[in-house]
Write a protein that binds this ligand. Structure first.
Ligand code: ZN
Length: 334
């Protein structure tokens, strides 16, 4: 919008000051799609942005529905580059509802990649050429119902039965802090590896309920199904709020070596330091690593309690804005 406003101002100046600047000399730049000014970035806004990104950059991007949440919101996968590429990277965000700033950051990152697709990066090589050989699969908002509860409250859940149950759950008095899905299951405790291991809840709540059994939730199944479609070279799970990279869960051998290398690369890109070794307790990245044998890191953005205030945006953006590009450049030749 700023660019459109700037263009209009210039036209007005031409008229007011006697046409010293010819309007036809001004190149109209298309307005940016993902708005990063201070506001709440909702699931609906993300869907609108995906439609616009697809319309504008049709040759570079695919948007695929990979599942539907309990409250009937689509779980979207964005594929950048050639789906037949020999290398593949997986990235996800907002497994926890209140961590929606990471969805926003990934969407803006996708737009910047599209804008710079034809930028030369070496002799005869454009940025987009990298993604012909290394596709990136992004799920920007794994848990759209949890995001909606965190942003708009339980009343924003459409399904009456779900809504009635949500009001009875532990944590209902403070929905902004919601991590779970609309059934009160913490998706990041609902994966098979280490399920129920550490401080589990066995009742629906705003966080930490492991579910009746592993993969009980549609959001968990959407991720698991998408992940098992192909072999990923690496994966990244975005969470918030410690400003750290978690990568060591006791894996061994080649997997340990490859994950350590990935953690160092991500640290060099983002500037985040390493978190301590952690136990396996049903997290998505535990399953990706151990069950799927895929080097995976968990990046915790932000430094204050979630939902992160807009004051955190600038630092998160600066640290993470080139992550996809740099990982693709590294892994295209690895
Ligand atoms: Zn989280």
């Amino acid at each position: 919008m700023k660019i459109v406003r700037g263009f209009l101002c210039l036209c007005i100046l031409c008229i007011v000051f006697g046409g010293h600047v010819q309007a036809q000399d001004v190149e109209l730049t298309e307005p940016e799609i993902v708005d990063t000014t201070d506001h709440i970035y909702t699931f609906m806004e993300m869907e609108c942005d995906l439609v616009e990104l697809k319309a504008r950059y049709d040759d570079y991007i695919l948007c695929m529905p990979i599942g539907t949440s309990l409250d009937s919101r689509t779980i979207w996968e964005v594929i950048i580059g050639n789906p037949q590429a020999p290398k593949a990277i997986f990235i996800e965000a907002a497994v926890h509802g209140r961590e929606w700033m990471n969805s926003w950051m990934l969407m803006k990152q996708i737009e910047e990649l599209m804008q710079n697709w034809e930028t030369p990066i070496a002799e005869g090589v454009e940025l987009g050429d990298i993604f012909e050989q290394c596709a990136v699969y992004i799920i920007p908002m794994v848990n759209p119902d949890g995001v909606t509860i965190s942003q708009c409250g339980i009343e924003a859940i459409k399904n009456e039965a779900l809504r009635a149950n949500l009001y009875k759950m532990e944590g209902a008095a403070n929905p902004a802090r919601w991590k779970a899905n609309a059934g009160g299951v913490d998706i990041n405790r609902n994966f098979m590896v280490g399920w129920g291991n550490r401080n589990p809840k066995f009742f629906p709540a705003s966080q930490s309920y492991v579910g009746l059994f592993p993969f009980s939730e549609p959001e968990t199944m959407a991720i698991a199904t998408a992940f098992t479609q192909r072999k990923y070279d690496i994966s990244v799970s975005y969470h918030s709020m410690e400003g750290a990279i978690y990568w060591n869960i006791g894996q061994i051998g080649e997997l340990l070596d490859k994950t350590a290398a990935l953690a160092i690369e991500v640290s060099q890109i983002t500037g985040y330091s390493f978190g301590e070794q952690s136990v396996m307790n049903g997290l998505d990245y535990n399953w990706m690593m151990i069950d799927q044998n895929t080097p995976t890191v968990l990046i915790e953005t932000g430094t204050v309690a979630c939902p992160l205030p807009y004051s955190q945006w600038q630092e998160i953006w600066i640290r993470n804005k080139d992550l996809i590009k740099h990982l693709a450049l590294i892994y295209v030749t690895k």
